[in-house]
Design a binder for this molecule. Structure first.
Ligand code: KG4
Ligand code: ZN
Length: 339
């Protein structure tokens, strides 16, 4: 089955063509990072307009790269939630229009679920269940037990900032460009992670939930002084910033690793599937490997499937269609939803 995937939930316009859930025939995208850089984060109106401008040319490009024509597509898969509503509707309406015009079924895909599927797509062996799934991105922090593709038990999420959002905000406090995660990782390489005793938050009675906003504020006050404003000048020497970056990154990742390993123990899972932009971090991978029991198996998505992409949407679309059939044309875009 040849599936055309469309992804427009945030700041990447992405299209891919995937055969039978895992064979990637083409995977193209246009990142909007440069347009959003001046704002230090994603500017929703700019994102929507860029999707309108670039989606159709990308569909054409994906077909050319896969050497296929439109009528050879068997299914259209599109992310319909969660994300920026104005961006999602561009991809969703495009998918519905193609579905109607070409008489091809379409399926609406949950973007975060697709991030977890990306690691399964990248793995050579068949997925093992039950396993843990950990989605860490600019908009999501989610820990689930994966019972099967399409069946999940929610274990933990953030009660405030998403982890990637926290990296982006801390980077902004340090005058580092957007997206902040890779910049912090680079700076942290030469810093001392034990110099500042930062800690991520704990949620009372919910040991698998996350909280990063207190950590973010603590970093802000360390950089700019107690009770300061975000726009204030730094009170630290430039040389000191690398230690702040390393200590912040260590505190955030230590918390993620600790809670994920606790979940693995509580739910008897021996394999972990990772997804989302933050899981690109080598510092995170290293900490997981160093801290976990030696029999734990990790599945990180291949590099081009970590960040937002449409191959993961097309790949999961194949499984969802086989299990549940096509979506209805009345499917609506949702800014927030679980799966
Ligand atoms: O999955 P993604 O492309 O978009 C969302 O669905 O949000 O993830 C982007 C996020 C950004 O917040 C970015 O700062 C973060 O992933 N990120 C990182 C790293 N690389 C990307 N965060 C920490 N360390 C990294 N190396
Ligand atoms: Zn994403």
């Amino acid at each position: 089955m040849i599936v055309l995937g469309i992804e427009t939930t945030c700041d990447e316009t992405a299209v891919a063509i995937v055969r039978d859930g895992s064979e990637i025939l083409s995977n193209v995208l246009r990142s909007q990072i440069e347009e959003h850089k001046p704002f230090g984060g994603v500017y929703p109106e700019i994102a929507s307009r860029a999707h309108v401008e670039h989606l159709i040319p990308l569909i054409e490009k994906a077909l050319i790269e896969a050497s296929l024509s439109k009528d050879e597509i068997d299914l259209i898969a599109v992310s319909y939630a969660p994300g920026l509503i104005g961006s999602i509707v561009i991809g969703l309406n495009c998918a519905k229009s193609l579905s109607l015009a070409l008489n091809i079924p379409f399926v609406g895909i949950n973007h975060v679920e697709a991030h977890l599927y990306a690691a399964m797509m990248s793995s050579q062996k068949a997925p093992a269940f039950p396993s843990l799934g950990l989605a860490l991105s600019g908009g999501h922090t989610l820990l689930v037990k994966i019972n099967a593709i399409g069946s999940y038990t929610h274990l933990g999420t953030t009660v405030d900032d998403a982890i990637g959002e926290c990296f982006d905000k801390v980077a902004r406090f340090m005058d580092l460009p957007y997206p902040g995660g890779p910049e912090i990782e680079k700076l942290a390489l030469s810093g001392d992670p034990s110099k500042y005793p930062f800690k991520a938050g704990q949620v009372k009675g919910r040991p698998l939930d996350f909280s990063f906003s207190g950590l973010k504020t603590n970093v802000l006050y360390t950089l700019k002084g107690q009770n300061t404003d975000k726009s204030g000048a730094s009170i630290l020497e430039e040389e000191e910033k690398k230690h702040v970056a390393a200590s912040f990154q260590y505190a955030a990742f230590k918390d993620v690793v600790k809670k994920t390993l606790l979940a693995a123990q509580l739910h008897s899972c021996k394999e972990i599937y990772f997804g989302g932009g933050v899981t690109q971090s080598n510092a995170l991978k290293k900490l997981f490997i160093e801290t976990s029991p030696s029999n734990m198996v990790f599945h990180f998505p291949q590099k081009n499937l970590c960040l937002d992409n449409a191959a993961m949407i097309a790949g999961l679309g194949y499984h969802q269609f086989l299990a549940k059939g096509a979506s209805s044309l009345t499917l609506e875009a949702l800014p927030r939803t679980s799966f």
